[in-house]
Design a protein around this ligand. Structure first.
Ligand SMILES: [Zn+2]
Length: 304
């Protein structure tokens, strides 16, 4: 368990094609002071729009999670949030000049590599964890998520796709920055060719290629280099879940079993968990936290 908050050592800039807009998108990650939290900024809007990462601002579509304020949103926040959860980064301003985070190679690896290059910077403020204190289950059709008490974040993810390359896959992991790096970060998102053709015909996809995802037809992987690992699919589902639970802006202490879930169900599960305050508490408790957040060093950041 990481006891103290962290930001990153220096500003990072990443560029990639947005698969919805087809435009070149720039993402800047800017170090922020203790208790600032994670804040997105849409710099293409005038004035630019700041949205704090918090459950009330996060929603999901069939294939992505998004953060929204009014009519404006940022899609595909999940792989970046998974990276920040995996590397235990608490405070960051995330500037993006469009309505989506680029998928890059479809995994968390480009974000992870960029952050490791500038390093994590410790901050001498305590980290607050959401600690599960009794078992809580949320179920809908085939999907189920079970939260149980544990002294660290332990995840068990199960998927079942009626596809010859995927089928039934499971992974269990105690999450640390090291296990996130070696087991999860490299796993790419995946999609099915017929669905992608349909979305492109409907004008919902203007970018995207085999560079951004694993693409499958009815019986095989179409990417020339194949898979990075036979269980890349379930590893990616776990990656997505790690991103979606970090909408709390705080890490979870608990064991979580995730069965045949989706972004929509992840977000619903987190919001439902929060509403049941008898099954979790804050650790350490609020009395040990500073009362007032420090001001952001970034002059434009209105939220700090
Ligand atoms: Zn994903």
């Amino acid at each position: 368990m990481e006891l103290f908050q962290h930001t990153i050592g220096d500003t990072i800039t990443l560029r990639g094609e947005g698969i919805i807009t087809g435009k070149d998108i720039t993402v800047e990650l800017i170090p922020s002071p203790p208790n600032h939290g994670l804040v997105f900024e849409r710099t293409d809007l005038s004035p630019s729009l700041f949205i704090r990462v918090a459950p009330e601002n996060v929603f999901a579509t069939e294939g992505a999670s998004l953060i929204r304020s009014g009519h404006d949103q940022i899609l595909f926040i999940e792989h970046l949030l998974a990276t920040l959860n995996g590397l235990a980064i608490d405070n960051l301003l995330i500037r993006v000049n469009g309505p989506e985070i680029p998928l890059l190679d479809g995994s968390a690896l480009p974000f992870v590599e960029a952050i490791l290059e500038v390093g994590r910077r410790p901050q001498w403020s305590l980290r607050r964890h959401l600690r599960i204190v009794s078992e809580f289950t949320i179920k809908s059709d085939d999907s189920e998520i079970i939260f149980s008490p544990a002294p660290e974040l332990r995840l068990h993810c199960i998927i079942d796709f009626p596809h010859p390359v995927i089928g039934h896959q499971e992974i269990e992991l105690t999450v640390t920055p090291e296990s996130f790096l070696s087991e999860i970060a490299y796993a790419r998102t995946f999609g099915f060719l017929q669905e992608l053709i349909k979305r492109r015909e409907q004008g919902l996809l203007r970018g995207g290629s085999l560079e951004n995802a694993i693409i499958l037809d009815e019986d095989r992987v179409l990417n020339p280099d194949g898979l990075r690992d036979p269980k890349e699919f379930v590893r990616h589902k776990l990656l997505d879940f790690m991103g979606d639970i970090y909408i709390l802006g705080a890490p979870i202490l608990g064991a979580i079993k995730v069965i045949k879930s989706s972004h929509k169900f992840h977000i619903k599960a987190i919001k439902t968990l929060l509403a049941h305050s008898n099954v979790w508490d804050w650790f350490p408790g609020p009395a040990r936290l500073p009362v007032k957040p420090m001001k952001c060093l970034e002059p434009a950041c209105a939220l700090a």
